[in-house]
Design a protein around this ligand. Structure first.
Ligand SMILES: *Cc1c(COP(=O)(O)O)cnc(C)c1O
Length: 404
Protein backbone atom coordinates (compact mmCIF):
# COMPACT_ATOMS: atom_id res chain seq x y z
CA UNK A 1 0.00 0.00 0.00
CA UNK A 2 2.85 2.41 0.76
CA UNK A 3 5.52 2.82 -1.90
CA UNK A 4 9.02 4.16 -1.35
CA UNK A 5 8.11 7.73 -2.21
CA UNK A 6 5.20 7.74 0.19
CA UNK A 7 7.31 6.38 3.02
CA UNK A 8 10.00 8.96 2.35
CA UNK A 9 7.31 11.63 2.46
CA UNK A 10 6.00 10.27 5.77
CA UNK A 11 9.46 10.48 7.30
CA UNK A 12 9.54 14.25 6.93
CA UNK A 13 6.11 14.76 8.48
CA UNK A 14 4.99 15.26 12.03
CA UNK A 15 2.94 12.32 13.27
CA UNK A 16 0.23 11.26 13.94
CA UNK A 17 -1.88 12.04 10.88
CA UNK A 18 -4.56 10.52 8.72
CA UNK A 19 -3.29 9.60 5.28
CA UNK A 20 -6.00 9.65 2.63
CA UNK A 21 -5.64 7.21 -0.27
CA UNK A 22 -7.74 9.28 -2.66
CA UNK A 23 -7.27 6.73 -5.46
CA UNK A 24 -8.92 4.09 -3.27
CA UNK A 25 -11.76 6.48 -2.51
CA UNK A 26 -12.36 7.15 -6.22
CA UNK A 27 -12.25 3.46 -7.05
CA UNK A 28 -14.79 2.74 -4.31
CA UNK A 29 -17.16 5.54 -5.28
CA UNK A 30 -17.01 4.46 -8.92
CA UNK A 31 -17.84 0.85 -7.97
CA UNK A 32 -20.79 1.93 -5.83
CA UNK A 33 -22.15 4.27 -8.47
CA UNK A 34 -21.92 1.59 -11.16
CA UNK A 35 -23.59 -1.08 -9.03
CA UNK A 36 -26.44 1.13 -7.77
CA UNK A 37 -27.24 2.93 -11.01
CA UNK A 38 -27.83 -0.41 -12.72
CA UNK A 39 -31.11 -0.56 -10.78
CA UNK A 40 -31.82 3.17 -10.54
CA UNK A 41 -31.16 3.16 -6.78
CA UNK A 42 -30.43 6.44 -4.94
CA UNK A 43 -27.41 6.48 -2.61
CA UNK A 44 -26.90 9.04 0.15
CA UNK A 45 -23.52 9.23 1.81
CA UNK A 46 -23.77 8.95 5.62
CA UNK A 47 -21.71 11.99 6.49
CA UNK A 48 -21.02 11.05 10.07
CA UNK A 49 -18.57 8.37 8.86
CA UNK A 50 -16.16 11.04 7.64
CA UNK A 51 -16.72 14.74 7.02
CA UNK A 52 -13.20 15.63 5.97
CA UNK A 53 -13.74 18.42 3.37
CA UNK A 54 -11.66 16.73 0.65
CA UNK A 55 -13.59 13.51 1.13
CA UNK A 56 -16.94 15.31 1.01
CA UNK A 57 -16.02 17.16 -2.17
CA UNK A 58 -15.06 13.95 -3.95
CA UNK A 59 -18.21 12.14 -2.85
CA UNK A 60 -20.34 15.03 -4.04
CA UNK A 61 -18.50 15.00 -7.37
CA UNK A 62 -19.64 11.39 -7.89
CA UNK A 63 -23.25 12.46 -7.52
CA UNK A 64 -24.21 10.96 -4.17
CA UNK A 65 -26.73 12.57 -1.85
CA UNK A 66 -26.11 13.24 1.86
CA UNK A 67 -27.47 11.44 4.92
CA UNK A 68 -27.17 13.71 7.96
CA UNK A 69 -27.67 13.09 11.67
CA UNK A 70 -27.30 16.64 13.01
CA UNK A 71 -28.13 20.20 12.04
CA UNK A 72 -24.47 20.98 11.50
CA UNK A 73 -24.20 18.03 9.11
CA UNK A 74 -27.15 19.42 7.13
CA UNK A 75 -25.36 22.76 7.03
CA UNK A 76 -22.06 21.16 5.95
CA UNK A 77 -23.82 19.14 3.23
CA UNK A 78 -25.28 22.31 1.77
CA UNK A 79 -21.96 24.15 2.03
CA UNK A 80 -20.26 21.33 0.14
CA UNK A 81 -22.77 21.58 -2.67
CA UNK A 82 -24.99 18.57 -1.97
CA UNK A 83 -28.34 19.64 -3.39
CA UNK A 84 -31.10 20.13 -0.79
CA UNK A 85 -33.25 17.71 -2.81
CA UNK A 86 -30.65 15.01 -2.00
CA UNK A 87 -30.39 15.55 1.77
CA UNK A 88 -32.04 13.28 4.32
CA UNK A 89 -31.95 13.90 8.07
CA UNK A 90 -32.19 11.12 10.68
CA UNK A 91 -31.39 11.04 14.39
CA UNK A 92 -33.18 9.93 17.53
CA UNK A 93 -32.82 13.33 19.22
CA UNK A 94 -33.22 16.21 16.78
CA UNK A 95 -33.43 19.52 18.64
CA UNK A 96 -35.92 22.24 17.69
CA UNK A 97 -33.03 24.34 16.44
CA UNK A 98 -31.87 21.53 14.15
CA UNK A 99 -35.37 20.85 12.85
CA UNK A 100 -35.87 24.55 12.10
CA UNK A 101 -32.56 24.69 10.26
CA UNK A 102 -33.55 21.73 8.08
CA UNK A 103 -37.01 23.21 7.46
CA UNK A 104 -35.40 26.47 6.32
CA UNK A 105 -33.09 24.50 4.04
CA UNK A 106 -36.06 22.66 2.42
CA UNK A 107 -34.33 19.27 2.62
CA UNK A 108 -35.69 16.24 0.78
CA UNK A 109 -36.75 14.22 3.81
CA UNK A 110 -36.77 14.02 7.60
CA UNK A 111 -36.49 10.49 8.92
CA UNK A 112 -38.57 10.71 12.09
CA UNK A 113 -37.77 8.34 14.94
CA UNK A 114 -40.75 8.72 17.31
CA UNK A 115 -44.43 9.68 17.33
CA UNK A 116 -43.59 12.69 19.49
CA UNK A 117 -41.00 13.85 16.96
CA UNK A 118 -43.68 13.73 14.23
CA UNK A 119 -45.82 16.08 16.31
CA UNK A 120 -42.91 18.45 16.97
CA UNK A 121 -41.86 18.64 13.32
CA UNK A 122 -45.50 19.24 12.39
CA UNK A 123 -45.77 22.17 14.84
CA UNK A 124 -42.48 23.73 13.80
CA UNK A 125 -43.36 23.40 10.11
CA UNK A 126 -46.80 24.90 10.71
CA UNK A 127 -45.23 27.93 12.44
CA UNK A 128 -43.16 28.51 9.31
CA UNK A 129 -46.09 27.88 6.99
CA UNK A 130 -44.20 24.95 5.47
CA UNK A 131 -44.87 21.32 4.73
CA UNK A 132 -42.19 18.99 6.06
CA UNK A 133 -41.52 15.97 3.91
CA UNK A 134 -40.87 12.90 5.97
CA UNK A 135 -40.33 9.21 6.27
CA UNK A 136 -40.84 7.12 9.38
CA UNK A 137 -37.82 5.29 10.71
CA UNK A 138 -39.13 1.89 11.71
CA UNK A 139 -37.34 -0.60 13.87
CA UNK A 140 -37.97 -3.88 12.03
CA UNK A 141 -36.52 -6.13 14.74
CA UNK A 142 -34.08 -7.71 12.28
CA UNK A 143 -30.84 -8.97 13.81
CA UNK A 144 -27.87 -7.49 11.93
CA UNK A 145 -25.51 -10.26 13.18
CA UNK A 146 -22.85 -7.66 13.84
CA UNK A 147 -21.17 -6.50 17.06
CA UNK A 148 -23.87 -5.67 19.64
CA UNK A 149 -22.32 -2.22 20.13
CA UNK A 150 -23.25 -1.33 16.53
CA UNK A 151 -26.63 -3.08 16.25
CA UNK A 152 -29.52 -0.63 15.86
CA UNK A 153 -32.54 -2.53 14.54
CA UNK A 154 -33.69 -4.65 17.47
CA UNK A 155 -36.66 -3.90 19.76
CA UNK A 156 -34.24 -3.17 22.60
CA UNK A 157 -32.43 -0.39 20.64
CA UNK A 158 -33.26 3.28 21.08
CA UNK A 159 -33.57 3.96 17.35
CA UNK A 160 -36.72 4.12 15.27
CA UNK A 161 -40.37 3.37 15.93
CA UNK A 162 -41.33 -0.15 16.94
CA UNK A 163 -43.90 -1.93 14.80
CA UNK A 164 -46.46 -2.18 17.60
CA UNK A 165 -46.65 1.63 17.54
CA UNK A 166 -47.56 1.85 13.85
CA UNK A 167 -51.28 2.43 14.49
CA UNK A 168 -50.29 5.48 16.54
CA UNK A 169 -48.08 6.63 13.68
CA UNK A 170 -50.91 6.26 11.15
CA UNK A 171 -53.29 8.23 13.36
CA UNK A 172 -50.71 10.98 13.97
CA UNK A 173 -49.93 11.27 10.26
CA UNK A 174 -53.62 11.78 9.48
CA UNK A 175 -53.82 14.57 12.07
CA UNK A 176 -50.60 16.37 11.15
CA UNK A 177 -51.50 18.60 8.23
CA UNK A 178 -48.03 20.18 7.93
CA UNK A 179 -46.39 16.83 7.20
CA UNK A 180 -46.09 15.13 3.83
CA UNK A 181 -45.59 11.41 4.29
CA UNK A 182 -43.06 10.09 1.76
CA UNK A 183 -42.38 6.61 3.00
CA UNK A 184 -40.52 4.32 5.35
CA UNK A 185 -36.93 4.25 6.54
CA UNK A 186 -34.76 1.58 8.18
CA UNK A 187 -31.20 1.28 9.43
CA UNK A 188 -30.45 -1.88 11.33
CA UNK A 189 -26.74 -1.68 12.12
CA UNK A 190 -23.24 -1.34 10.79
CA UNK A 191 -20.42 -3.53 9.46
CA UNK A 192 -22.91 -6.07 8.10
CA UNK A 193 -21.30 -8.63 5.80
CA UNK A 194 -23.95 -11.36 5.78
CA UNK A 195 -26.29 -10.68 2.83
CA UNK A 196 -28.92 -12.91 4.45
CA UNK A 197 -29.48 -10.06 6.93
CA UNK A 198 -30.49 -7.72 4.11
CA UNK A 199 -32.74 -10.38 2.64
CA UNK A 200 -34.52 -10.57 6.01
CA UNK A 201 -34.78 -6.78 6.05
CA UNK A 202 -36.43 -6.84 2.59
CA UNK A 203 -39.04 -9.31 3.83
CA UNK A 204 -39.90 -7.03 6.75
CA UNK A 205 -40.02 -3.93 4.54
CA UNK A 206 -42.42 -5.69 2.17
CA UNK A 207 -44.76 -6.53 5.05
CA UNK A 208 -44.60 -3.05 6.52
CA UNK A 209 -45.26 -1.23 3.26
CA UNK A 210 -48.31 -3.47 2.69
CA UNK A 211 -49.52 -2.53 6.17
CA UNK A 212 -49.42 1.17 5.27
CA UNK A 213 -50.96 0.70 1.85
CA UNK A 214 -53.80 -1.38 3.31
CA UNK A 215 -54.60 1.70 5.39
CA UNK A 216 -54.68 4.06 2.43
CA UNK A 217 -51.17 5.50 2.59
CA UNK A 218 -49.00 5.80 -0.50
CA UNK A 219 -45.35 4.84 -0.09
CA UNK A 220 -43.13 6.77 -2.49
CA UNK A 221 -39.80 6.17 -0.79
CA UNK A 222 -38.30 2.98 0.55
CA UNK A 223 -35.12 3.91 2.42
CA UNK A 224 -33.23 0.83 3.54
CA UNK A 225 -30.42 2.67 5.39
CA UNK A 226 -26.82 1.54 5.27
CA UNK A 227 -24.50 -0.74 7.19
CA UNK A 228 -22.66 -2.59 4.43
CA UNK A 229 -19.43 -3.95 5.88
CA UNK A 230 -15.83 -3.92 4.68
CA UNK A 231 -12.80 -6.19 5.09
CA UNK A 232 -10.71 -4.92 7.99
CA UNK A 233 -8.48 -8.02 7.85
CA UNK A 234 -7.48 -7.75 4.19
CA UNK A 235 -7.52 -4.13 3.07
CA UNK A 236 -5.03 -4.73 0.22
CA UNK A 237 -6.63 -7.80 -1.33
CA UNK A 238 -10.26 -6.89 -0.70
CA UNK A 239 -10.26 -3.13 -0.93
CA UNK A 240 -13.68 -2.36 -2.37
CA UNK A 241 -16.88 -3.42 -0.61
CA UNK A 242 -19.13 -5.91 -2.35
CA UNK A 243 -21.60 -3.38 -3.74
CA UNK A 244 -22.71 -5.78 -6.50
CA UNK A 245 -24.04 -8.43 -4.12
CA UNK A 246 -25.46 -5.82 -1.78
CA UNK A 247 -27.64 -4.01 -4.31
CA UNK A 248 -28.58 -7.27 -6.00
CA UNK A 249 -30.21 -8.55 -2.80
CA UNK A 250 -32.53 -5.54 -2.75
CA UNK A 251 -33.25 -5.88 -6.45
CA UNK A 252 -34.20 -9.52 -5.90
CA UNK A 253 -36.10 -9.38 -2.64
CA UNK A 254 -37.55 -5.90 -2.21
CA UNK A 255 -41.04 -5.51 -3.59
CA UNK A 256 -40.64 -2.22 -5.46
CA UNK A 257 -43.92 -0.91 -6.85
CA UNK A 258 -44.32 1.36 -9.88
CA UNK A 259 -43.32 4.95 -9.08
CA UNK A 260 -41.43 4.01 -5.92
CA UNK A 261 -37.86 5.15 -5.27
CA UNK A 262 -35.35 3.03 -3.38
CA UNK A 263 -32.84 4.92 -1.24
CA UNK A 264 -29.68 3.80 0.57
CA UNK A 265 -27.46 5.45 3.16
CA UNK A 266 -23.91 4.15 3.04
CA UNK A 267 -21.10 5.42 5.21
CA UNK A 268 -18.42 2.92 6.13
CA UNK A 269 -18.49 1.06 2.82
CA UNK A 270 -17.76 4.26 0.88
CA UNK A 271 -14.88 5.66 2.94
CA UNK A 272 -13.52 2.97 5.30
CA UNK A 273 -10.57 1.81 3.20
CA UNK A 274 -9.62 5.28 2.05
CA UNK A 275 -7.47 6.28 5.03
CA UNK A 276 -4.73 4.95 7.30
CA UNK A 277 -3.70 6.47 10.59
CA UNK A 278 0.06 7.00 10.46
CA UNK A 279 1.90 7.10 13.76
CA UNK A 280 5.45 6.74 15.13
CA UNK A 281 6.78 4.42 17.79
CA UNK A 282 7.77 6.59 20.72
CA UNK A 283 9.02 3.86 23.01
CA UNK A 284 9.49 0.11 23.04
CA UNK A 285 8.94 -1.43 26.44
CA UNK A 286 10.13 -4.97 26.75
CA UNK A 287 8.68 -6.74 29.75
CA UNK A 288 8.87 -10.27 31.06
CA UNK A 289 5.36 -11.16 30.01
CA UNK A 290 4.52 -8.40 27.57
CA UNK A 291 6.19 -6.14 25.05
CA UNK A 292 4.63 -2.76 24.43
CA UNK A 293 4.92 -0.44 21.48
CA UNK A 294 3.95 3.00 22.71
CA UNK A 295 2.74 5.07 19.74
CA UNK A 296 2.27 8.79 19.41
CA UNK A 297 -1.36 8.13 18.39
CA UNK A 298 -4.04 6.88 20.72
CA UNK A 299 -7.75 6.82 21.39
CA UNK A 300 -7.82 10.58 20.81
CA UNK A 301 -7.04 9.95 17.12
CA UNK A 302 -8.80 6.60 16.54
CA UNK A 303 -11.19 5.35 19.20
CA UNK A 304 -12.84 2.43 17.41
CA UNK A 305 -10.72 -0.31 19.03
CA UNK A 306 -11.42 1.12 22.48
CA UNK A 307 -15.08 1.98 21.86
CA UNK A 308 -16.28 -1.02 19.83
CA UNK A 309 -13.55 -3.62 20.34
CA UNK A 310 -12.91 -3.11 16.63
CA UNK A 311 -10.05 -4.73 14.74
CA UNK A 312 -7.67 -2.73 12.54
CA UNK A 313 -4.70 -4.18 10.69
CA UNK A 314 -1.49 -2.71 12.13
CA UNK A 315 1.69 -2.58 10.06
CA UNK A 316 5.23 -1.44 10.73
CA UNK A 317 5.81 0.54 7.55
CA UNK A 318 9.49 1.20 8.30
CA UNK A 319 10.29 -2.51 8.60
CA UNK A 320 8.12 -3.75 5.75
CA UNK A 321 10.93 -4.08 3.20
CA UNK A 322 9.35 -1.82 0.54
CA UNK A 323 12.12 0.64 1.02
CA UNK A 324 14.65 2.27 -1.28
CA UNK A 325 18.35 1.86 -0.37
CA UNK A 326 18.87 5.64 -0.24
CA UNK A 327 18.00 7.19 3.10
CA UNK A 328 19.25 6.58 6.64
CA UNK A 329 16.31 4.80 8.21
CA UNK A 330 15.97 2.66 5.14
CA UNK A 331 19.51 1.31 5.40
CA UNK A 332 18.66 -0.36 8.66
CA UNK A 333 15.64 -1.97 7.11
CA UNK A 334 17.66 -3.20 4.15
CA UNK A 335 20.10 -4.84 6.50
CA UNK A 336 17.22 -6.58 8.19
CA UNK A 337 15.81 -7.92 4.98
CA UNK A 338 19.26 -9.03 3.81
CA UNK A 339 19.53 -11.15 6.89
CA UNK A 340 16.04 -12.34 6.06
CA UNK A 341 15.67 -13.84 9.49
CA UNK A 342 13.46 -11.03 10.67
CA UNK A 343 11.81 -12.37 13.76
CA UNK A 344 8.28 -11.44 14.51
CA UNK A 345 7.59 -10.29 18.03
CA UNK A 346 4.26 -9.93 19.79
CA UNK A 347 3.53 -6.42 20.96
CA UNK A 348 0.63 -4.76 22.69
CA UNK A 349 0.26 -1.65 20.55
CA UNK A 350 -0.82 1.17 22.85
CA UNK A 351 -1.31 4.93 22.78
CA UNK A 352 0.00 7.67 25.06
CA UNK A 353 -3.32 8.58 26.68
CA UNK A 354 -3.74 8.18 30.43
CA UNK A 355 -6.34 5.42 30.22
CA UNK A 356 -5.75 1.68 30.46
CA UNK A 357 -8.17 1.10 27.60
CA UNK A 358 -5.94 3.16 25.30
CA UNK A 359 -4.72 0.06 23.47
CA UNK A 360 -5.15 -0.50 19.72
CA UNK A 361 -4.61 -4.23 19.92
CA UNK A 362 -2.95 -6.83 22.07
CA UNK A 363 -0.40 -9.39 20.88
CA UNK A 364 0.14 -7.97 17.40
CA UNK A 365 2.83 -9.88 15.52
CA UNK A 366 5.25 -7.36 14.03
CA UNK A 367 8.86 -7.38 12.91
CA UNK A 368 11.16 -6.20 15.69
CA UNK A 369 10.28 -2.54 16.05
CA UNK A 370 12.26 0.49 17.14
CA UNK A 371 11.76 4.02 18.37
CA UNK A 372 10.95 6.19 15.35
CA UNK A 373 9.43 3.43 13.21
CA UNK A 374 6.33 4.43 11.26
CA UNK A 375 3.22 2.44 12.08
CA UNK A 376 0.16 2.35 9.82
CA UNK A 377 -3.23 1.53 11.28
CA UNK A 378 -5.25 0.56 8.26
CA UNK A 379 -8.91 0.93 7.23
CA UNK A 380 -9.32 4.05 9.35
CA UNK A 381 -11.39 6.10 6.89
CA UNK A 382 -14.76 5.54 8.60
CA UNK A 383 -15.50 6.66 12.15
CA UNK A 384 -11.83 7.62 12.57
CA UNK A 385 -10.90 11.26 12.10
CA UNK A 386 -14.49 12.32 12.87
CA UNK A 387 -14.29 10.87 16.36
CA UNK A 388 -10.96 12.53 17.22
CA UNK A 389 -11.05 14.38 20.51
CA UNK A 390 -8.98 16.84 22.47
CA UNK A 391 -8.79 14.71 25.61
CA UNK A 392 -5.49 15.25 27.46
CA UNK A 393 -5.39 18.56 25.59
CA UNK A 394 -4.03 16.78 22.54
CA UNK A 395 -3.29 18.52 19.26
CA UNK A 396 -5.92 18.11 16.57
CA UNK A 397 -4.87 15.20 14.32
CA UNK A 398 -3.67 16.28 10.86
CA UNK A 399 -4.66 14.95 7.44
CA UNK A 400 -2.40 14.32 4.45
CA UNK A 401 -3.59 13.40 0.96
CA UNK A 402 -2.08 11.02 -1.57
CA UNK A 403 -2.63 13.48 -4.40
CA UNK A 404 -0.80 16.48 -2.91
C1 LIG B 1 -24.68 5.80 10.57
C2 LIG B 1 -25.88 5.72 9.73
C3 LIG B 1 -25.77 5.18 8.44
C4 LIG B 1 -24.50 4.64 7.85
O1 LIG B 1 -24.06 3.49 8.46
P1 LIG B 1 -22.79 2.71 7.85
O2 LIG B 1 -22.68 1.49 8.68
O3 LIG B 1 -21.61 3.60 8.01
O4 LIG B 1 -23.08 2.40 6.43
C5 LIG B 1 -26.93 5.17 7.68
N1 LIG B 1 -28.11 5.63 8.15
C6 LIG B 1 -28.22 6.15 9.39
C7 LIG B 1 -29.53 6.64 9.84
C8 LIG B 1 -27.12 6.19 10.22
O5 LIG B 1 -27.26 6.69 11.45
Amino acid sequence: MFNTNTITRFQSLETPFYYYHLDVLRQTLEACRTASSKYGFHVHYAMKANFNPRVLDLIKEYGFGADCVSGNEVKAAIEHGFGKENIVFAGVGKSDKEINLALDADIFCFNAESVQELEVINELAKAKNKIAKMAIRINPNVDAHTHHFITTGLDENKFGINTWQLSDVAETLRKCTSLEFLGIHFHIGSQITDMEVYKNLCTRINEIQDWFEDRGFTIKVLNTGGGLGIDYQNPDTNTVADFESYFKVFKQFLNVKPGQEVHFELGRALVGQSASLISRVLYVKNGQKKNFLVLDAGMTELIRPMLYQAYHLIENVSQSGVISPESEVEKEATQDSELNTQDFIKYDVVGPICESTDCFQKDVELPESFRGDLIAIRTAGAYGEVMASGYNLRDRVGSIYSED
